[in-house]
Ligand binder design. Structure first.
Ligand code: PLP
Length: 398
């Protein structure tokens, strides 16, 4: 990868040290152009007419996403974010849950997913069972294998949490779920675009992802992948003229494939932006992207960990480009604010967005730094220097 050229093609690289790709990755000029040229076409000839004219490029979005995750184009549905994609899968299963049925999830589960589990538990009497972590802090697959039984209706796991550098052992979880014949819903919002994610290798039945994070697509995009064979077990919880066709009488027929989860209207400029971003990731190569992103994350984590008065909090055997840290004696928001003064973009974790991890560790809020392949080693080192200064200042005050 020619990092200088990629940075020149990324306007944000000139203005900020962007260590917030877990929040929203930076758009490339190529992606930006795909979006603005479509908006201009809509303004010039009309929205429906523009969509017709660009139909091939719109359709290619599904093909690119299928290539990205290792599935088929007809197994992909587009959404305005990852949450709606995940909801489309979860709420297609959940209304059928009965008292005593179980949802198995992990400590790293995303806040909105946890709320959905709690809502369905309240409505149906199903039970939410949190699989413990192993000694490394990843989901304990031995415990999962012991807990999964005939009461289990779903295994729902976040591949990477929103609030840490952990990579859960998704393929091992997939093997256990498949052996037990239990549907496996993987929240891959932080992993898709960061490193290769292959649904065949993982063995999940449903996967949700967002466009804006490590994929570098526009905000307001997301997708769901559903294994073709899993469709017969899912009853979509909403329906519209995109999802199904009227049969002329009092019945209707679902669309074949995953389109049955989508609704008719969407932002075509966003979709074409997502398409361009996915194509760019494929052209660069997810292996290469993953290697560099994870290496930069490792460099950042190691250097922060080596600083006196700084602690990192990333769990697991395998870690990714997300790095979480705290400075002794300094409020997390103040560390983030100091970084912002130096034009270094980071964010902070929220205890309520990672409920089961908060219950277990109580360490949030943390500073969350998330480099991507377009960052440089020098940028990583600059962020480390600023944090070292903050830690030194706090040490001197004590
Ligand atoms: C950001 C995030 C989500 C939600 O994605 P949206 O596109 O904002 O809906 C879900 N899961 C995880 C793990 C996330 O980090």
């Amino acid at each position: 990868m020619d990092i200088d050229a990629l940075r020149r093609d990324t306007p944000g690289c000139a203005n900020r040290v962007h260590l917030n790709s877990a929040g929203a990755g930076l758009l490339s000029r190529r992606t930006l152009r795909a979006m603005t040229s479509h908006l201009e076409l809509e303004a010039a000839i009309g929205g429906y007419e523009a969509a017709d004219q660009e139909k091939e490029r719109v359709d290619a979005t599904y093909t690119h996403i299928a290539e990205l995750v290792g599935g088929r184009a007809d197994e992909v549905a587009l959404f305005g974010n990852s949450t709606h994609a995940w909801n489309a899968a979860f709420y297609s299963l959940a209304p059928a849950f009965r008292p005593g049925d179980r949802i198995l999830t992990g400590r790293a589960e995303y806040g909105s997913n946890v709320l959905a589990y709690l809502q369905i538990a309240e409505r149906t009497g199903a039970e939410v069972v949190v699989v413990p972590n192993d000694a490394s802090g990843q989901l304990d697959t031995t415990a999962l294998a012991a807990l999964i039984d005939e009461r289990t209706r779903l295994v729902g796991v976040s591949h990477i949490p929103t609030s840490g550098g952990l990579v859960n052992p998704a393929a091992e979880i997939g093997r256990i779920a498949r052996a037990a014949g239990v549907p496996f819903l993987l929240d891959a919002t932080q992993s898709v675009g960061q490193f290769p994610v292959d649904v065949r290798e993982i063995g999940c039945d449903m996967l949700s992802a967002t466009g804006r994070k490590f994929l570098r697509g526009p905000r307001g995009t997301g997708f769901l992948w559903v294994r073709g064979e899993a469709l017969e077990h899912l009853d979509p919880h909403v329906i519209d003229i995109e999802a199904a066709t009227w049969d002329g009488g009092r019945g209707f027929t679902w669309q074949p494939g995953a389109r049955r989860f989508a609704t008719w209207e969407m932002s075509y400029s966003n979709v074409l932006g997502l398409s361009a971003a996915v194509r760019q990731a494929l052209d660069l190569g997810m292996e290469e992207i993953g290697k560099r992103a994870v290496t930069l994350g490792g460099r950042l984590r190691d250097r922060l960990e080596a600083l006196p008065g700084v602690t990192t909090y990333d769990l697991g055997r395998e870690k990714c480009a997300i790095v979480t840290a705290k400075v002794d004696g300094v409020a997390t928001e103040d560390v983030a604010a100091t970084l912002a003064l130096h034009h270094i973009n980071v964010t902070t974790t929220t205890p309520a967005h990672t409920q089961f991890d908060t219950e277990e560790r109580g360490v949030h809020p943390l500073v969350r730094l998330s480099p991507h392949y377009y960052n440089t080693e020098a940028e990583i080192d600059r962020a480390v220097e600023v944090i070292a200064d903050v830690a030194r200042g706090a040490g001197e005050r004590r």
